[in-house]
Design a protein around this ligand. Structure first.
Ligand code: GLC
Length: 555
């Protein structure tokens, strides 16, 4: 609590070194027993989150939605999906979180609406060339009778990025753009009404006391309105654009939009914050989003992509810190989220090349060494929490959950699975509901079975099971988060320590150091007092795939 009070003084920039816990609402806790997580469930678990020691929660979209993409298809930006609760419950959550010292960050989805959004319904009913259609990208098709899509852009989820509509008179009509599912039509951000609407939506939630927004597909809002062909076959959620000026990703016109958003956030007391979800081609491009007057922070996906290898990790840390420092923004660190293969599974793969998405249904699933991955995940947690900047913990990271690769096909809901005809297994395996208890129809997730089946061995990974085990992942996270406030938050820059090619080792501010051993052989440790280690230590050496926090100078 003391750390918290001290930090209240710097409340305007709390996000600079905050640890933010991602609540994937459908899978966190089910309060009403329908098998789907909800706001009541989150409220019941707020004391757990406060005790875990995080600073804030980020809640994935909770707005009214047909759930074509887990809520990233928003039908009403000012409401709450009835399956999740209502506005009163949302307000109660925000207030109760604040009372526990937890900040609340919501998810805003500006690149596209749901096809069920009144704007899109109005566009379908209106004629070609109408202002209603002008909020989206409606275009005539190519070919003799407009039977071919307007260009060759591909949906991130597979297939073409265009769908043809039937006009009011029953004739085949224009096509509309959707970079994701066909139930997620892209908005045209050159439309003044679109811009004004989102400023108003930001205010709607800021007025209710939320502390910030995670900005979904922050790199997608500006399109080259001449809609040129890409000329290349572009598929895959996680492949970064590699052209200097891509027609629909990461275009410079985007920044003007965020300048306006920042002004809204800054008009509040305390100012509100943004975190960009921007999949871009380089750390330099990422830092463009967090320049002064634009967004505050951005997810550091280069860290997610880095293999479990010392040179690669040192490189991504150095580059991330340097590029962010150039623009005066803090770096963030993230290991997992609802879109990527959980890091326990990634780090347990024999092949450490980028397999972030790991959506290929035929990939190395069977050869994942989950035990090894979990050991590395313990070390990775200590590495991440010792680095300068903010950190994101995805729900279940603190339990060491792995990606569930063998979900029954009929249980899967991800549009990636559906649109690829089962060729790509999609992201459901990273969204399996949390196990809270050793027993019960959904291991304490709720009173009924969960919307995705949980593996029976997760009983042993449940919060209940880990609470009483001092060697558990949960206990490691709790201790690490407690010490994070004391040792690392605001501790200043990082100084690399040379402990050989297989080590990632650095010291910060108050005489504390973090050492990670990525080599096969035990690593001799520098002199110091052990504050926390990812595995029990013998003598003054650090085993393979382990990390330690040391006090190298007396406090
Ligand atoms: C973001 C979300 C992802 C969603 C996509 C489309 O990448 O994190 O879950 O499918 O945007 O909104």
């Amino acid at each position: 609590m003391e750390g918290r009070l001290e930090r209240e003084a710097g409340t305007e920039s709390w996000w600079r070194d905050a640890v933010i816990y991602q609540v994937y609402i459908r899978s966190f806790a089910d309060g009403d027993g329908d098998g789907i997580g909800d706001i009541a469930g989150i409220r019941s678990r707020l004391p757990y989150l406060a005790a875990l020691g995080v600073d804030a929660i980020w809640v994935n979209p909770w707005y009214p939605s047909p759930m074509a993409d887990g809520g990233y298809d928003v039908a009403d930006y000012r409401g709450v999906e009835p399956v999740f609760g209502d506005l009163d419950q949302a307000q109660a959550l925000i207030d109760e979180a604040a009372a526990l010292g937890l900040r609340v960050v919501l998810d805003i989805v500006p690149n596209h609406t749901s096809a069920a959004h009144p704007w899109f319904q109005a566009a379908l009913a209106a004629a070609p060339g109408s202002p209603q259609r002008g909020r989206y990208f409606f275009r005539p098709g190519r070919g003799h009778a407009g039977e071919l899509p307007p260009n060759d852009w591909r949906s991130v989820f597979g297939g073409m990025a265009w769908t043809r509509v039937t006009e009011a008179d029953g004739s085949p009509g224009e096509w509309y753009l959707h970079l994701f599912d066909d139930d997620q039509p892209d908005l045209d951000w050159s439309d003044a009404g679109v811009r004004a609407e989102f400023l108003s939506v930001l205010r709607f939630w800021f007025d209710r006391g939320i502390d910030g927004f995670r900005v979904d597909v922050a790199h997608g809002l500006a399109k080259d309105r001449t809609l040129p062909d890409l000329g290349v076959d572009e598929e895959g959620l996680l492949r970064a654009p590699d052209r200097s000026s891509h027609p629909h990703w990461d275009r410079d016109e985007i920044f003007e939009i965020y300048r306006g958003w920042r002004a809204v956030a800054d008009s509040y007391d305390p100012p509100r914050m943004f975190c960009a979800e921007a999949w871009v081609s380089s750390p330099e491009r990422l830092s463009a989003y967090v320049r002064p007057g634009l967004l505050h922070t951005a997810f550091n996906f280069a860290f997610v992509r880095a293999p479990w290898q010392a040179p690669a990790l040192r490189e991504v840390i150095t580059t991330s810190l340097r590029t962010h420092a150039c623009v005066g923004a803090p770096t963030t660190w993230v290991l997992s989220n609802h879109d990527v293969s959980r890091h326990v599974s990634r780090y347990g793969r024999p092949d450490q090349r980028d397999q972030t998405a790991a959506t290929d249904a035929r990939s190395t699933a069977g050869r994942i060494d989950v035990g090894l991955g979990r050991r590395r995940a313990r070390a990775a947690a200590l590495l991440m929490l010792a680095l300068p900047g903010g950190a994101y913990v995805y729900q279940g990271d603190e339990l060491g959950l792995e990606e569930v690769v063998d979900l029954p096909p009929e249980a899967r809901q991800d549009p990636v699975w559906v649109r690829s005809g089962g060729r790509e297994r999609g992201r459901d395996g990273n969204r399996v509901p949390l196990p809270w208890a050793r027993t019960g129809p959904s291991y304490g997730f709720g009173p009924a079975a969960a919307w995705l089946p949980q593996p029976p061995h997760w009983a042993a990974l449940s919060v209940e099971a880990q609470e009483s085990d001092p060697g558990s992942m949960l206990r490691l996270y709790r201790e690490a988060l407690r010490l994070h406030r004391e040792l690392w938050a605001g501790a200043g820059e990082l100084r690399w320590l040379d402990l050989g090619p297989d080590a990632v080792a650095f010291a910060r501010g108050r005489g504390v150091a973090c050492v990670v051993n990525l080599g096969a052989a035990p690593l001799p440790l520098p002199a110091g007092e052990v504050l926390l280690s990812s595995t029990p230590l013998e003598e003054a050496t650090l085993p393979s795939d382990a990390a330690v926090w040391l006090r190298t100078r007396p406090a």
